[in-house]
Every structure is written in structure tokens, then in C-alpha cells.
Design a protein around this ligand. Sequence first.
Ligand SMILES: [Zn+2]
Length: 339
Amino acid sequence: MEISDRYHSLDAAIYPWFKDQWQRIVRLHNDKHLPHALLLNGMPGIGKARLAEAIAGYVMCHQHQAMAPCGQCRSCLLLNSSGHPDLYFLRPEETGKPIKVDQVRQLTEFMHNTAQQGGYRAVVLEPAESMNLSAANALLKTLEEPGRDTLLILITHQLGQVLPTVRSRCQRLDCHPPDEAVAVEWLCQQLSVEPPEAQQLLKVVHGAPLAGLAFKKQGHQALRADFLTALREILRQRSSPVEVASQFLKADLSLLLEWLQGMLADIIRILLTQSDDLIRNRDMQKMLKGVAKNSTKDKIFTLSDLVQAERLGLQRRQNPNKQLLLERILIDWSALVRS
Ligand SMILES: [Zn+2]
């Protein structure tokens, strides 16, 4: 996720289930009682990293309001754009690998420099349990004396694995997964799904809503990859439209049509600009160029109109004949490159 996405709207970045934690930290900060090291503790997939970043953004804001950063000051603008020079992220170089002592030493160097923007400095370290013994020991002094106007935010998914010497130097902020009703509502909004599907998804991911979101999106990725392969096989005449239609009978048809229409739009872009600079489905570049080269504008526009009409129809009809609908579209797809 890009920094600009995360900070698009900082107050909106607080997940509803972290309201209590947010208010507690904000109050501590406004009362000038914020400790210099926090340990955010909770299961993975519930949004602790974003909470940490939001807390960092709040303390670094030069004119923060009672409950939210101003969004206007230099610090907020930096966070909203390219990133903030006084915000330091420390994570393993590779996922699942330990945080090394050299990385902690680099952090120490950062801590020795004064804040470039004349305000708070913040460090987000994740996950705290991935520091090996020497890395943790190297961090202890910084945890004790980080310097003025500095906030260290450590994140842990496994509190028991964090060294006691590290734990005892941080104030713990327990982060719990949301109640099922809250998580279901949030997932329904994020994924545009109905509550039963969100409930089912939450079961798979033990109630962690962000894990549910990732799971669903990964599922989509696999489906999209399969569908693109199938489209290619049709063009190569290795699969028939009827075979492919039955292969995807159980898939979300509106999703398939959305992807197909996106690809047709790319082919139109190639035809109209005589270049592939503007296409969005980069991973399909070769196939899209091939279709653009071997088809005609008329055929592409006709199919695009058909797909659009069927997408609208799907929203209105209760029980479409999915097999027939997809067959018809795929037959036209295969005909794009045949005279
Ligand atoms: Zn601000």
C-alpha cells in the first residue's frame, strides 16, 4: 500500500474497532503524558500497523485538533504525499526473517539526528518479536532514552515472544479484533458482499477483518489469472468457449465480465492511440496487442457493448443462465481474431 493511500484521510484511517485505543492515545498526548514507547499488541490482520501510523501522524502534526490531525500542516502534507523524513519504519528485510542488529544500529543513527521538520519524530517497528537477541539488546538504550519529542511504536502479534526487557520498557496497548457484527459490516462495505459471505470469510481468518480482506482479494487474483489464461487458450483455439464457460460456471460472473470489459477497453486504447502506453492490464500486454492487431474496431466495440449490456442485465435479473450468457460472450471473444 502506498503512503498516499494510507494517509489519504487520516481520521478515516482509524478502524472503527480501534476507537477506544485511539482516544486513549490522543488523550495521553494532549495531556502530555504520552510515554515514549508503545507496544501495540494483538493478533495479526486486525490493522495494528495502520493504527501505529495514524498515531505517528497525529503526534507529528503541528496543529492537531482534539481527535484528529489537521491535514494541512507541513507534516500532514508530507505524510499525505511522499512520506515524512522524521517517520522511520523498521521491518525485517524479508518477510518472516529476523530484524537484524545492523538495522537497529541504523535506527540509532536516525535517532541521533534531530527532527528535520522541527516536531515529533516517530518510529514504527514491526514485528517486535522478530528482533533477535542482539537486535533487541541494541534497541534497549534507545527505548530507555529515545530523546525529546520521540515516539517509538512497536507492534507485536505474539507478545509472549517479545523479550521481557523490551516489553518492560514500553507501555502496552492491547488491540482486540472487532465484534463479529462490526467486522461483518466493515467487510460488507469493503468488498461489496452480503453479510453471509462476510461471516463465512471471517470464520476462515479467525475474525481478523484485514486478513479477510486480503484473503478475498487473493482469491480474486487466482480467479483472474485462471480466467485470463482461459481467454488466451480460446484465442489459440486450445479451448472452446463452451468448455471455458462451464469451467467458470461457479465463478462470480459479474467479476469476470468486469475484467473482460477492462481488457476490451485496453484493446480500444491500443487501437485508438496506436501504442500500448495507456493500457491498464499490463500483465496481458502481449495478448491485448495481438488482439488489437488481428481484429477490427467494429468487432471490439460490438463485444464491449454486449459485455456492458450483460453486466447491467446481471444486476437486474435474479437467475440468469450463466452458462449461455458466458458462452455467447466467449464465442464473440474467439471471433475477434477470426475473419
Ligand atoms: Zn497537521
